[in-house]
Structures are given as structure tokens and as C-alpha cells.
Design a protein around this ligand. Structure first.
Ligand code: SF4
Length: 257
């Protein structure tokens, strides 16, 4: 079986505990306005040309065995730091069969596995795949379904259902909340997120991921419409206030991944 990835980052320290290798799966069914990885959106390998790089590809076909060879290079670092492998993207669950094969192979070698996910997948698929991961970095963007559809292109019904399944099964979950100016940073939206997470009881930590404009150049290069073109990055004070907001509600909050 082959799958498509578009990046492999060694020595990653923000994608789960310890030192990790992050594998970026290509393809995402969401279209978040603020996406920092717009090159992940399409699920096939892209052949592009640019005046700076000439002809280049985004993504390549690979196998679980090839990925294993790559991640094994840093086994010693994972052991020393309690790190491991993180599957990210894009949305890794979009290549469910390939993700399943890779995760099972890595698991058989004893690696600690994280899934960095939007949670968007059919609940049956999600349940089956969730067995292989030690930690879920779960993105929660908006609670209101209509707003979720407006800003990400999809409903959040299955996302919330899948998160609730993880809670029910006592899985390790790290919530990641992308803080996006004028989209989910108003008190009303924050209240909804806090209320929802408090109802899940086991969720105590939130990683705040403030919007930044790092991907602007990528949108230009890929000739994609950037709906956030005029949006400014959140200022320090706003970020601190949101941190305080969640802390007052009883959560432990970390800024950044
Ligand atoms: S879920 Fe992540 S990768 Fe997919 S569009 Fe949203 S921000 Fe981008």
C-alpha cells in the first residue's frame, strides 16, 4: 500500500512530548480560512512551477516500510526524551488505510504515537484508528456548527462525536485551540468552548495556538485565495487575556503547541 506525504520533520519539539519525527500526510477535507499548511489541502501529488524554484513537487508516494526506515534514524532520541512519532498534515485520517498500516507497523516497534487531527472522520473509522495512538492532539476550532461550516467548510458534528468518544475511552487528549482574530476569539465563542470542554470533565489542558501570518507567502505561491489577507496577528495582550479567561475557568493553558 502507498500513501502520500508532503513533509517529514525530524527533531520536532512542538508536536507532542519529547523529541519527535512529524510525518505530514497530504490531503485535508477542511478548508479553514486560517490554514498554515495550504499545500496540504489537495490529496494528490502536485507538480508546480515557480519563478524562484523552477519545477517542483508537493508530496510524494511512500510506503509504511519507507517511513519506518526514516523514523528509525532517531530512535535513540525518542528513547532519551520520551518522544516518538506524530502523524499530522493535512488531515492524516483522510488516508485512513495508510495511516492504519503505518501506525500498526510503528506500534509494533514500540514507538510512542501521536495523532494531530481535526477529528474530522466517520465515527466508525475514527474508533478503529484511535486504538493505535498514545496521545491525540485534537484541534477544537468552533462549537457552533453553522460557524464551523462557514469558516472550515464542514460540519463539526462528527468532530465533537469523535472527541467525546476519546473522552469516554479515557484516551490521552491534548486540546489545541487555534485562536483566530474575529472568528473565534470573542467572549461568546470562548464561553462556548469553555462550557463544552468543562462538560467533558477529563479535559484539563488547552494549548492556545495564536493565528500568525507565516503562511501568506505560500498562498501567493500556490495562487490560492487567502481569506485572511487583511487580518492582523493577535497582539500579546489579547493572547494573554484569552489565556487568563480559560485559566479562570479552571484549565491549564499553554501558548503554542
Ligand atoms: S484542518 Fe488543519 S490542515 Fe486542514 S484546512 Fe484546517 S488548518 Fe489546514
Amino acid at each position: 500500500m502507498t500513501g502520500i506525504v508532503f513533509d517529514i520533520k525530524r527533531f520536532a519539539i512542538h508536536d507532542g512530548p519529547g523529541i519527535r519525527t512529524s510525518i505530514f500526510f497530504k490531503g485535508c477535507p477542511l478548508s479553514c480560512w486560517w490554514c498554515h499548511n495550504p499545500e496540504s489541502k489537495k490529496s494528490d501529488v502536485e507538480n508546480l512551477t515557480s519563478k524562484f524554484k523552477g519545477r517542483y513537487f508537493i508530496g510524494w508516494n511512500t510506503t509504511a516500510q519507507e517511513l519506518l526506515k526514516e523514523v528509525e534514524k532517531d530512535s535513540a532520541f525518542y528513547k532519551q526524551s520520551n518522544g516518538g512519532i506524530t502523524f499530522t498534515g493535512g488531515e492524516p485520517l483522510m488516508q485512513a488505510a495508510f495511516l492504519s498500516e503505518s501506525a500498526q507497523l510503528f506500534k509494533s516497534q514500540g514507538f510512542h504515537l501521536c495523532l494531530d487531527t481535526s477529528g474530522y472522520a466517520a465515527p466508525e473509522i475514527f474508533k478503529e484508528l484511535s486504538e493505535y495512538f498514545d496521545l491525540f492532539l485534537f484541534d477544537l476550532k468552533l462549537i457552533d456548527d453553522q460557524e464551523h461550516q462557514k469558516y472550515t467548510g464542514v460540519s463539526n458534528k462528527n468532530i465533537l462525536k469523535n472527541l467525546e468518544y476519546l473522552v469516554e475511552k479515557n484516551k490521552n487528549i491534548q486540546i489545541r485551540f487555534p485562536l483566530i482574530p474575529n472568528i473565534n476569539d470573542q467572549t461568546a465563542q470562548l464561553e462556548k468552548v469553555s462550557h463544552y470542554l468543562s462538560g467533558l470533565h477529563r479535559i484539563k489542558n488547552i494549548d492556545l495556538l495564536p493565528y500568525h501570518k507565516i503562511a501568506t507567502g505560500k498562498y501567493e505561491q500556490l495562487k490560492l485565495a487567502n481569506k485572511m489577507e487583511k487580518t492582523k496577528e493577535a497582539d500579546e495582550e489579547k493572547i494573554e487575556n484569552v489565556k487568563l479567561f480559560f485559566e479562570k475557568k479552571g484549565f491549564q493553558v499553554k501558548i503554542g503547541g
